[in-house]
Design a protein around this ligand. Structure first.
Ligand code: FMN
Length: 319
């Protein structure tokens, strides 16, 4: 294998740690010489919950950004094409450069970041940090709208309506049950160990996965939480991919600042609540994801990492 092909395979391997909807990891990488192709995997798309593939492409976007962070941290300059079809994206190495310090820091965060569904404390995220996260999101190719107190209540209502819509849909419930709970020995889905024993009591509810986990979510009502909507200017496949890239950048930056990020995708999945989020954005953009930002109690230990598929299940090297 050439040095470039090895670097691309290593970047794809680092991207295994990217977040994805229900840990479906709906991607497959093909290393072809100096090119790394990102493909979607139809068998790991949530057909009922995500028929348009919005969450699939957001997830693939996080993997694409993870791979790019790994390449940059190893000093590989590269360019990206985003056909957003099949392949979804192609990365091509173009040269060498000294690794920027920021990429090295972000690369370290790939293995630290995780979805932590414990309740956040009453401590608020400093304004300056929130502004930094807004800037990081913009540099990642999307936008982050932080909600004022009134809008937080509107979000809470939208989350509630979306949850009820999902709870009453038999096919959705059946699909969810195949991806969550238990030990997940196949390396996909969400194990009980990272799901709260009960959905914590907070102004904006976390997703109810319809199964109780073993995670102790902690006390309080998470009053320090800030809420936001990740959005972009369009609502097509290419926009969702960019949204995922921006989500990855935002999440790594938040991890570096010890800010907990919890995605709340329910209200984007259901068309009428997605419409409500769009109205909350004043029509300036299309919502990709609602999210919570907060501070966790540093004295409590974090939940384990969610398992991943093996390297040879997601990466293929062709001559
Ligand atoms: C597009 C997207 C939507 C998600 N939506 C939710 C959600 O609504 N609720 C939740 O608890 N986690 C959500 N997650 C987090 C995933 O469940 C998580 O990334 C996955 O289980 C892998 O775990 P990890 O992030 O700890 O590595 C979402 C992640 C992505 C990328």
């Amino acid at each position: 294998m050439s040095e470039q092909a090895r670097a691309l395979a290593q970047a794809a391997d680092a991207a295994r740690f990217a977040p994805s909807i229900h840990n479906t990891q709906p991607w497959r990488w093909v290393v072809r010489g100096d090119r790394l192709e990102l493909h979607g995997v139809a068998e790991r798309q949530l057909r009922e919950q995500d028929p348009d593939g919005r969450m699939l492409l957001l997830s693939c976007g996080t993997a694409l950004h993870h791979a790019r962070v790994a390449l940059t941290a190893e000093g590989w300059e590269h360019e990206v094409e985003r056909p957003a079809g099949d392949p979804i994206a192609v990365i091509r190495i173009t040269g060498r450069q000294p690794a920027p310090a920021e990429a090295t820091r972000h690369f370290q965060m790939l293995r630290v970041r995780r979805t932590d569904r414990r309740i956040v404390t009453d401590e608020t995220v400093p304004e300056e940090t929130l502004r930094h996260l807004v800037t990081e999101t913009e540099q990642g190719g999307a936008a982050l709208h932080l909600l004022g107190a009134d809008q937080v209540l509107e979000l809470a209502a939208a989350v509630d309506r979306a949850q009820k819509a999902e709870d009453t849909d038999e096919r959705l419930r059946a699909e969810l049950a195949t991806w969550v709970g238990g030990e997940r020995p196949d390396g996909t889905g969400i194990p009980a160990s990272v799901l709260p024993e009960e959905v914590p009591l907070s102004t904006v509810a976390e997703r109810d996965f319809q199964t109780s986990g073993t995670l102790k979510a902690g006390e309080g009502h998470g009053r320090g939480a800030a809420y936001g909507v990740l959005y972009g200017t369009g609502d097509e496949a290419a926009d969702w991919l960019r949204g995922g890239e921006a989500l990855s950048r935002l999440w790594l930056a938040a991890t570096e600042k010890a800010v907990n990020l919890l995605p709340l995708s329910g209200p984007v999945e259901i068309p009428f609540t997605r419409h409500e989020l769009r109205r909350m954005l004043g029509g300036i953009g299309h919502p990709f994801l609602a999210l919570r930002l907060g501070v966790l109690d540093p004295a409590e230990s974090a939940p384990p990492h969610t398992p991943r598929l093996d390297t040879d299940q997601v990466i293929e090297v062709v001559a």
